[in-house]
Design a protein around this ligand. Structure first.
Ligand code: LLP
Length: 435
């Protein structure tokens, strides 16, 4: 295939294709040109590729082979009902952290509720009650106080809550400090040394059934060594708990596997997934446990992009700015973590003059940027840009700051388009205000 005619950006979802013989290469989501989507749905617009999500889930499943496992997709990464339904159909369970996320799973994939793990440091009695009534698989308990509250809640309902303690293994994860969670200084989990005492206490409570051990050391971790170190500590704990007579059926290794925001080949993804799966399963050999994983970003990050239109070009002294209609209110990651997202023109014009510019939104904050010092072709108002790898922690972190309406979201599969969320209107914006 001619590279100029068909350049894959994020396989298998996003690639440049030529329309007809003379048309310029245009970025497509599967079989649909992004320019067509912009015309039909407006911008800013989140666009997801169903085939990419499916491929990534299957790659994980293949890497596990016969090792008993369950992928509990981390709903916080993207909680759109349409995506939850798709993931539920693929056999995924879900990792939830609130009553709101539980409600989303119940709406989108009600039969998957028996594959739900409930994580989070601040579950309220109300949320525990809802999860017990719904029949979730496992509570990942993060403190002694929570264990106590859950035992009381379950007894009141005459139910048994299956529990895993989320242990804090004191393993550093090389990632942004805001999304590293496995150190003693973080609010997450219980110190691993204290776990045996808490398990012994839990085993004596009528409302609790000790079932597993869980761990999560952070997010956007691109090396496997920290996962291996954490799992070795967890495996040692499981062995000692089993010796003490506890029945440990599940080990939950959390999420956190990172993605290369600067491009990825399918072969690299399959290889890095296989390496990760080997790393987290190896320490568990002989323990007779089912491995639960809570991946979010790695399943859907590269499966989504944010489509935006240029409003103005601007030049201040020596700096160029491309002002677009998407902002930090649509994609917060660059402003919050200085995260890098590749930004590409939707229509490629090889003859265009390149310039270096900041791609910024209309919000009144200097932190409102999507990319800095990017090399881009000269663009005109109305031209389209795609911000890549925005499927995870994109739309879920959006806000109405500056009274901006949230973007619409669509899912593409081949030639089919499904609207997942309609664009907010001014009426939506004002709905909860009381005059
Ligand atoms: N499980 C637990 C207990 C978590 O706290 C998280 C993420 C995950 C699973 C999923 O992690 P993943 O596989 O997606 O890395 N807003 C940040 C990321 C925050 C992650 C919070 N916890 C970002 O945009 O990079």
């Amino acid at each position: 295939m001619n590279a100029a005619k068909f350049t894959v950006l994020r396989a298998p979802g996003f690639s440049y294709r030529k329309s007809g013989l003379s048309g310029p290469p245009t970025l497509c989501a599967e079989g649909i040109a992004l320019s067509d989507l912009a015309r039909s749905f407006g911008t800013p617009l989140y666009v997801y590729s169903a085939t990419t999500i499916e491929t990534r889930v299957h790659t994980f499943d293949r890497a596990f082979g016969r090792f008993p496992h369950l992928l509990c997709y981390a709903v916080k990464a993207n909680s759109s009902l349409g995506l939850l339904r798709l993931l539920g159909r693929l056999g995924c369970g879900f990792d939830i952290v609130s009553g709101g996320e539980l409600e989303r799973v119940l709406r989108a994939a009600p039969r998957a509720v028996s594959r739900v793990v409930f994580s989070g440091v601040g579950k309220t009695a109300e949320e525990m009650t809802a999860a017990l009534r719904a029949g979730v698989l496992l509570f990942n308990v993060e403190s002694e106080a929570e264990l106590d509250a859950l035992a009381a809640c379950a007894s009141r309902l005459k139910k048994e809550a299956r529990i895993a303690l989320r242990v804090n293994p004191n393993v550093p994860a090389k990632t942004h400090p805001h999304i590293s969670t496995g150190l003693r200084s973080h609010k997450f989990g219980v110190p691993i040394e204290e776990a045996p005492r808490l398990y012994a206490w839990a085993a004596r409570q009528r409302g609790l059934q000790v079932s597993g051990v869980s761990v999560h050391i952070g997010s956007q971790i691109t090396e496997v060594a920290p996962f291996g170190a954490a799992m070795k500590r967890v495996a040692n704990l499981v062995r000692s708990l089993q010796r003490d007579g506890h029945v440990i059926r599940y080990v939950d290794a959390g999420g956190g596997l990172g993605i290369p925001y600067r491009s990825e080949l399918p072969a690299t993804f399959a290889a890095s997934t296989a390496r990760y799966v080997r790393t987290v399963t190896r320490p568990l050999a002989g323990l007779n446990v089912r491995l639960l994983l809570e991946p979010g970003r790695v399943l859907i990050g590269p499966a989504g992009l944010l489509l935006t239109s240029v409003i103005y070009n601007k030049r201040n002294r020596k700096k160029n700015f491309v002002i677009v209609d998407a902002a930090m209110t649509d994609l917060l990651r660059p402003a919050l973590y200085h995260a890098y997202h590749e930004i590409v023109p939707v229509v490629r014009n090889p003859a265009a003059v390149e310039l270096t510019a900041d791609v910024v939104g209309p919000v009144c904050e200097s932190g409102d940027f999507l990319g800095r010092d990017r090399s881009l072709p000269r663009l005109d108002p109305g031209d389209l840009l795609a911000v890549l790898d925005a499927g995870a922690y994109g739309s879920v972190l959006s806000s109405n700051y500056n009274s901006r309406c949230r973007a619409a979201e669509v899912l593409v599969r081949g030639q089919r388009i499904q609207l997942l969320r309609r664009r907010e209107t001014l009426r939506d914006l004002l709905r909860h205000d009381v005059l």
